[in-house]
Design a protein around this ligand. Structure first.
Ligand SMILES: [Zn+2]
Length: 186
């Protein structure tokens, strides 16, 4: 089996706005949901931790185009688009962390200011396996932070998608250089 009890599976931003029909839809995002559900099932069966991060912006967030930011309005807290993908099967006891809630600051990493590092350390987590959206933005930032925090960090390529192909390739290089284990197949 892939997972051990001292592992954590981190599901990054599998939210409706990043999937087909959403405000900031990523090509192929919906395709990874069954793979992620399979990973969640395997992790849960082994007693590993499952955590999910979500983008959770106030209206008028600094990252939105209306304020000169790079992104269209997306994942406004409490909106339909901010909900997890309707087919995502998170366990009841999943750790859910929200980010991007400060109107003046954007956050790409699931570990930055969310308390997730401490939560995992308290559980004795040694290895983290990261999947979700998007490879070249929040998965990348989360993996770099996890590696810096001292976790053995894996990124599962078949369970993530990039915003752009070139961005994805650059992110793979950067993460590999930082000691992240990038796995082609689940
Ligand atoms: Zn955002």
């Amino acid at each position: 089996m892939r997972f051990r009890q001292d592992d954590a599976l981190i599901v990054v931003e599998v939210q409706r706005d990043f999937c087909a029909g959403g405000a900031l839809a990523i090509v192929g995002a919906d395709e990874i949901v069954p793979t992620i559900n399979q990973l969640i099932g395997e992790a849960t069966a082994e007693g590993a931790t499952v955590a999910a991060s979500r983008d959770w912006h106030p209206k008028g967030h600094v990252s939105f185009e209306a304020r000169g930011g790079p992104w269209p309005e997306h994942c406004v807290a409490g909106s339909e688009g901010a909900r997890f993908h309707e087919q995502l099967r998170l366990p009841e006891d999943a750790l859910v962390v929200s980010k991007g809630a400060d109107p003046e600051m954007d956050q790409y990493s699931a570990f930055e200011g969310t308390g997730l590092i401490d939560l995992l350390r308290r559980r004795g987590t040694q290895r983290v396996f990261i999947c979700g959206l998007a490879l070249d933005v929040c998965v990348r930032a989360s993996a770099l932070d996890a590696a810096r925090a001292g976790f053995e960090t894996h990124v599962l390529l078949s369970a993530t998608r990039p915003v752009t192909q070139a961005g994805g390739e650059a992110a793979i290089c950067e993460m590999t250089c930082a000691g992240v284990i990038v796995e082609q197949e689940v």
